[in-house]
Design a protein around this ligand. Structure first.
Ligand SMILES: *[C@@H]1O[C@H](CO)[C@@H](O)[C@H](O)[C@H]1NC(C)=O
Ligand SMILES: *[C@@H]1O[C@H](CO)[C@@H](O)[C@H](O)[C@H]1NC(C)=O
Length: 324
C-alpha cells in the first residue's frame, strides 16, 4: 500500500517539524532608512546560530529571520559599506564586523553602533531584550514585540537621529565623499575617553559607583528607553514571553514621511524618541510599517493551527485507507 506509506511519512515529517522547535521566534528586520543598511548578527557563545550573520537591506526592504528557541545575541545595522575594487574586501564606515564580507561570521560590531540585544527564554522563561547605546550609536532602531505576553512587553529603541546633535567630542565625522556631512555615528564616553568612570570598570565596576554622566545623559534624554551606560538596566531592559520581534532601522523616518508633517498624528512624539504605547501594548505604527510588518506575523500565527489541521486530515485519510 504505497499511499499508506506516503501518508505515514508525511505525518512523521509534520510531527517532527512541530517537535523540533521549528516554531520558535521570528525576527522581521526592516530597513525604513532612506539609505542601504547591512544588518549584522552575532549569536552569543553556546547558543544556536541563525541562518545568517549578515545581509543587505535596501531602503524599504524587509527580511524574516527564523530564530532558534532560547537564542541569545545581538543585531545591529552597518552603514556606508562598500567593496574595495582592488582587493574585493567589503567594509563599512559604521558597525563594521571585520569579516571583509557581507556575512559577519562571528564578528561583532565595531563601536559606535546601536545594538538590539536579546536573550530568548531566559530566566523564568521570559525573553529579555533591549536597545543599547553603551557601545555608542550609529542609527535609529526600534524593537517591537508581537504576540507575546507578560512582563513589560512593549516597544523599545531609539527613534531619533542623534548623529548631528552628538556632542562634538563624541561625534564621528567622515569625508563628505564617503557620505558624511554632520556626523555618521556618536561614540560612547567610554570609547571616546577610556576612563574607568565612563566604562564602569575598576573601582567603578558596580551600579553604586558608576553613575550617569553628562555624556550618558545626552543619550538617555534623546532615547529614554535605550541603555545609555552599563548599569542603566532598570529603565532599559524589557521582558516578554513567546513573542516575535519586529526590528526596524530608522522607524521615525518612514512614519513621519507617511503621516505628513504631523508626527503626533501617527503617535510618534517627535522629541520623546519612542512611539506611544497604549495600555494593551499596541504600538501605533504608520500604515506603511504595519503593512510591511503584518504578513510574516500572520503567517507564523497561522502555522500552528494549520499544521495541526494537516495532522488531523492525514490521520483521517489514514483511517479511510485502512478501511478499504
Ligand atoms: C526554555 O528554557 C527551559 C529551561 O532552560 C527549557 O526547559 C525549555 O525547554 C525552553 N523552552 C524552549 C521553547 O526552548
Ligand atoms: C521590565 O521588567 C524587568 C523584569 O521585571 C525589570 O527588571 C525592568 O526594570 C523593567 N523595565 C522597565 C523599563 O520598566
Amino acid at each position: 500500500m504505497a499511499e499508506y506509506k506516503v501518508v505515514l511519512c508525511l505525518r512523521s515529517a509534520i510531527l517532527f517539524l512541530l517537535a523540533s522547535g521549528a516554531l520558535s521566534a521570528t525576527f522581521t528586520v526592516t530597513n525604513s532608512c532612506g539609505y542601504t543598511v547591512w544588518p549584522g548578527v552575532l549569536s552569543s557563545a553556546g547558543t544556536a546560530a541563525l541562518g545568517t550573520t549578515g545581509f543587505v537591506l535596501s531602503p524599504g526592504e524587509s527580511r524574516n529571520l527564523d530564530v532558534p528557541a532560547s537564542w541569545s545575541g545581538r543585531l545591529w545595522g552597518r552603514t556606508l559599506c562598500s567593496t574595495d575594487p582592488a582587493t574585493g574586501a567589503f567594509s563599512c564606515t559604521t558597525g563594521d564586523c571585520g569579516s571583509a564580507k557581507t556575512e559577519c561570521s562571528g564578528g561583532g560590531a565595531a563601536p559606535p553602533a546601536t545594538l538590539a540585544e536579546f536573550t530568548l527564554n531566559g530566566s523564568g522563561g521570559m525573553d529579555f531584550y533591549d536597545v543599547s547605546l553603551v557601545d555608542g550609536y550609529n542609527l535609529p532602531m526600534l524593537v517591537v514585540p508581537h504576540g507575546g505576553t507578560g512582563g513589560n512587553c512593549t516597544a523599545t529603541g531609539c527613534l531619533v537621529d542623534i548623529n548631528s546633535a552628538c556632542p562634538s567630542d563624541l561625534k564621528v565625522v567622515v569625508a563628505a565623499s564617503v557620505g558624511g556631512s554632520g556626523g555618521v555615528a556618536c561614540k560612547s564616553a567610554c570609547e571616546a575617553f577610556g576612563s574607568p568612570q565612563y566604562c564602569c570598570s575598576g573601582a567603578y565596576g558596580n551600579p553604586n559607583t558608576c553613575r550617569p554622566s553628562t555624556y550618558s545623559q545626552f543619550f538617555k534624554n534623546s532615547c529614554p528607553r535605550a541603555y545609555s551606560y552599563a548599569y542603566d538596566d532598570a529603565t532599559s531592559t524589557f521582558t516578554c514571553a513567546s513573542a516575535d520581534y519586529i526590528i526596524t532601522f530608522c522607524p521615525g523616518t518612514a512614519s513621519q514621511k507617511s503621516s505628513g508633517k504631523n508626527p503626533e498624528a501617527a503617535g510618534l512624539p517627535a522629541a520623546a524618541g519612542l512611539p506611544m504605547v497604549s495600555s494593551d501594548g499596541m504600538v501605533f505604527l504608520s500604515g506603511e510599517q504595519i503593512s510591511k510588518a503584518s504578513p510574516p506575523v500572520m503567517l507564523r500565527i497561522s502555522i500552528l493551527p494549520l499544521a495541526l489541521a494537516v495532522v488531523l486530515l492525514v490521520s483521517l485519510l489514514q483511517l479511510l485507507l485502512l478501511s478499504f
